[in-house]
Design a protein around this ligand. Structure first.
Ligand code: GLU
Length: 610
C-alpha cells in the first residue's frame, strides 16, 4: 500500500531516496524512514511520524552520507503510526528491513524469536523479518542464504528489501504479493514499489514476479524465481509521460486530475477507434478470438472501480444483450460462487495491484472461468500480467487518493468492452457507431461540465456544517450516486449514503429533514418522470435538494431545491459526464472543511493489503 525505495550507487543516495518517497507518499503516509550504510559501515537510520517532508527536513547528504540505503513510507497495519513502528526496522545494528504488506504468521515467529532472546522495539509484523534474517545470517554466515531462508518462513502478501552493514555492496529484495520494480542506472541500481519513485534517476525497469528474490549491486542484478533458479526478467523502457510529481497550477492533485479528464479520455480512445467503429485490436490482437465465445460477464472490483463495474452492468445488459454480474472482490474471493458457462472475468483496478481483486482473479482461474480481462492503468502490474487480456487505460498517473480520472476512463474502457462483446451479440452496427460518436464527443462535454466549477464551489458552502447527506440516482445513474457519495465521504468526511431513488420510500425517507442535504443526479432519460416523483417525495418532507439535471429535465430552483444544469449529452455517456460535477462537489466541500484532499486520513491509494 505504501512505498519502498532502495538505492545502491557510488554517490550519496539520500536525496534519491527522499525524492522517491515523496513520489510514493500518496500510497501511505502515516510515517516515513530511511536507513543508510554510512562510510563508517554503520547503520544511519532516521524516522519521522507524519509526512515525508518531516523526514526530508531532517536529512541532507552532508549530514547523512552513504551510497546504499532503503526507505519507506508506512500505512500502518500492525501497530499505531509512531516513530518506533516506522520502518526501516533494525536487528542488532546490522540488518535493516523495509516491508510493504502483512506477514500473517508474525505472531508465531515473534514468539519463537523472543524465546531465542531477540528483543522487539516495535509492534509491527515487519520486525520479525529483521530478527529472523539476523538469526539466519548467524546460522549460515551467508546473506543470500539467510535471506532466502527467511523468506521461506514468511506467510502473507509482502514486498521487502533488506541491507546488511557487513555486506554493504548489496540490496536484497523479495516479492510475494506486493509489487517491486528494479530500476537500472549506469553504475548504480535502484528498487521501488512503483516505477514512479525512480523516474528522476532512470527509465529502464524490470518487474519482479511472484516469489522472486533479487540481489542488486551497483553493476548487477541477479534474480531467482520461486524454484530458486536464476531467471532474467525483461527490462523495458518506461513511457510514462505525465510527471506525477508536478501539480502544475492546481492546488491539489485531485483537482488537476479532475481537469485532466478530457485529455485522459482522448488518450484512452487513441488508436482504439477506426472509421467511426471500435478497432478490431482495441483489446489486443487475441481479443476477438476470446470475446466471441463469451456468454456471461462477471465483473470484480473494489471501491470506485466497483462503481464503474456497476455502471457497466447496465450497459452490458442493455446494449450488448449479455448477462452481467458485479461483485466486490473481498466478498467474491471468500465465498463459493457458481461459474456461468463461458464466463469472462473482468477485473477493474487503477493500480493493478489491489490485493483482493488479484486474489479474486487467481481464484477465478481455479474455479473454471473461461477467460479473464483487466481494465487497469499500470502496465506491467500484476493484474495485467496475470490476465488473458488487458485494457491499458492510458489515463496517466493518478496521485490523489480519491480516484477521479481513473474512474471516468475505466467507464470509457468498459463501454468499449460492451461494444467489443456486443458485436458478437445484440449490438448492431448502428448502435456501435452511435456509441463511438458519443464517446468522441465526451471530452468536449466534460470540458463544458468543468465550467460548472464556479457554481458548484458556491453551493459547497451549504455543506460546511452538515454531517450527513443522501445521494439519489436511478438506473445507470444509481452507481454514479454511489460514487458521488463515496467521493464526499473520502475527502470531506461527511457521512454520505447513496440510494436508488425508488428505494427512498422503503426506509431512507425517514431521515429527511433540513439538515440532510439530498443530491440528485437527473439526466434526461426514460426514468426522469419517476425521478421527478422521488424529488417531490423529498420536498414534501422538508428536505433540501441539490439537483444535477439536464437542461431539458424541467427542474426549477426554488427555496427547497437548487438546480445545476449539466450539459446535454447522449444517454449512453451520461453516467460518465455526471460523475464530473459530483467530483467537483466533493472537492469544494473538502476545501471548505479544510481536510487533506489528496491524502485523506486513514486511506491509501493502492490497496495491496487485504
Ligand atoms: N505491516 C507493516 C506495518 O504495519 C507494513 C505496512 C505497510 O505496508 O506500510 O508496519
Amino acid at each position: 500500500m505504501c512505498g519502498i525505495v532502495g538505492a545502491i550507487a557510488q554517490r550519496d543516495v539520500i536525496e534519491i531516496l527522499v525524492e522517491g518517497l515523496k513520489r510514493l507518499e500518496y500510497r501511505g503516509y502515516d510515517s516515513a524512514g530511511v536507513a543508510l550504510v554510512n562510510p563508517d559501515k554503520k547503520l544511519d537510520r532516521v524516522r519521522r511520524v507524519g509526512k515525508v517532508k518531516a523526514l526530508a527536513d531532517a536529512m541532507t547528504s552532508e549530514d547523512h552520507p552513504g551510497s546504499v540505503g532503503i526507505a519507506h513510507t508506512r500505512w500502518a497495519t500492525h501497530g499505531e503510526p509512531s516513530e518506533a513502528n516506522a520502518h526501516p526496522h533494525i536487528s542488532n545494528d546490522r540488518i535493516a528491513v523495509v516491508h510493504n504488506g502483512i506477514i500473517e504468521n508474525h505472531a508465531a515467529l515473534r514468539a519463537d524469536l523472543i524465546a531465542e532472546g531477540y528483543q522487539f522495539a516495535s509492534e509491527t509484523d515487519t520486525e520479525v523479518i529483521t530478527h529472523l534474517l539476523h538469526k539466519e545470517l548467524l546460522k549460515s554466515g551467508d546473506m543470500l542464504e539467510a535471506f532466502k531462508a527467511t523468506i521461506a518462513q514468511l506467510d502473507g502478501a509482502y514486498g521487502t528489501v533488506a541491507i546488511d552493514v557487513e555486506n554493504p555492496g548489496q540490496l536484497y529484495a523479495a516479492r510475494s504479493g506486493s509489487p517491486l520494480v528494479i530500476g537500472y542506472g549506469i553504475g548504480e541500481n535502484f528498487l521501488a514499489s512503483d516505477q514512479l519513485a525512480l523516474l528522476p534517476v532512470t527509465r529502464r525497469f524490470s518487474f519482479l514476479e511472484e516469489g522472486d528474490i533479487a540481489v542488486i549491486t551497483r553493476t548487477s542484478v541477479q534474480i531467482y524465481d520461486q524454484a530458486g533458479q536464476t531467471v532474467q526478467r525483461e527490462i523495458s523502457e518506461s513511457d510514462i509521460t505525465h510527471d506525477a510529481g508536478d501539480k502544475g497550477p492546481f492546488k491539489h492533485y485531485m483537482l488537476k486530475e479532475i481537469y485532466e479528464q478530457p485529455i485522459a479520455i482522448k488518450n484512452t480512445l487513441e488508436g482504439r477507434l477506426k472509421n467511426g467503429k471500435l478497432a478490431e485490436t482495441a483489446f489486443g490482437e487475441d481479443a476477438d478470438r476470446i470475446l466471441k465465445d463469451i456468454e456471461h460477464v462477471q465483473i470484480i472490483a473494489c471501491g470506485t472501480s466497483y462503481h464503474a463495474g456497476m455502471v457497466a452492468r447496465y450497459w452490458f445488459e442493455e446494449y450488448a444483450g449479455i448477462s452481467c454480474n458485479v461483485e466486490i472482490a473481498s466478498e467474491f474471493r471468500y465465498r463459493k460462487s457458481q461459474v456461468h458457462p463461458k464466463s469472462l472475468l473482468v477485473t477493474i483496478s487503477q493500480s493493478g495491484e489491489t490485493a483482493d481483486t488479484l486474489a479474486a482473479l487467481r481464484l477465478a482461474k481455479e474455479i473454471g472461468y473461461h477467460s479473464s480481462l483487466t481494465i487497469c492503468n499500470v502496465p506491467g502490474s500484476s493484474l495485467v500480467r496475470e490476465s488473458d487480456l488487458a485494457y491499458l487505460m492510458n489515463a496517466g498517473a493518478e496521485i490523489g487518493v480519491a480516484s477521479t480520472k481513473a474512474f471516468t476512463v475505466q467507464l470509457v474502457g468498459l463501454l468499449l468492452l460492451v461494444t467489443a462483446i456486443g458485436r458478437h451479440k445484440d449490438m448492431n452496427a448502428e448502435t456501435e457507431s452511435h456509441v463511438v460518436s458519443a464517446l468522441n464527443a465526451l471530452p468536449a462535454k466534460i470540458e463544458q461540465a468543468l465550467d460548472m466549477s464556479k457554481a458548484i464551489n458556491l453551493l459547497a458552502e451549504d455543506f460546511a456544517d452538515k454531517h450527513h447527506s443522501l445521494f439519489l440516482g436511478r438506473g445507470d445513474q444509481y452507481p454514479i450516486a454511489m460514487e458521488g457519495a463515496l467521493k464526499l465521504k473520502e475527502i470531506s468526511y461527511i457521512h454520505a449514503e447513496a440510494y436508488a431513488a425508488g428505494e427512498l420510500k422503503h426506509g431512507p425517507l425517514a431521515l429527511i429533514d433540513a439538515d440532510m442535504p439530498v443530491i440528485v443526479v437527473a439526466p434526461n432519460n426514460e426514468l426522469l418522470e419517476k425521478l421527478h416523483s422521488n424529488v417531490e417525495e423529498v420536498r414534501a418532507r422538508g428536505g433540501l435538494m441539490y439537483v444535477f439535471a439536464d437542461s431539458g429535465a424541467h427542474f426549477k430552483s426554488d427555496s427547497t431545491m437548487k438546480v445545476l444544469s449539466v450539459p446535454h449529452c447522449e444517454k449512453v455517456i451520461a453516467p460518465i459526464l455526471y460523475s464530473v460535477p459530483l467530483q467537483l462537489l466533493s472537492y469544494y466541500v473538502a476545501l471548505i472543511k479544510g481536510t487533506d484532499v489528496d491524502q485523506p486520513r486513514n486511506l491509501a491509494k493502492s490497496v495491496t493489503v487485504e
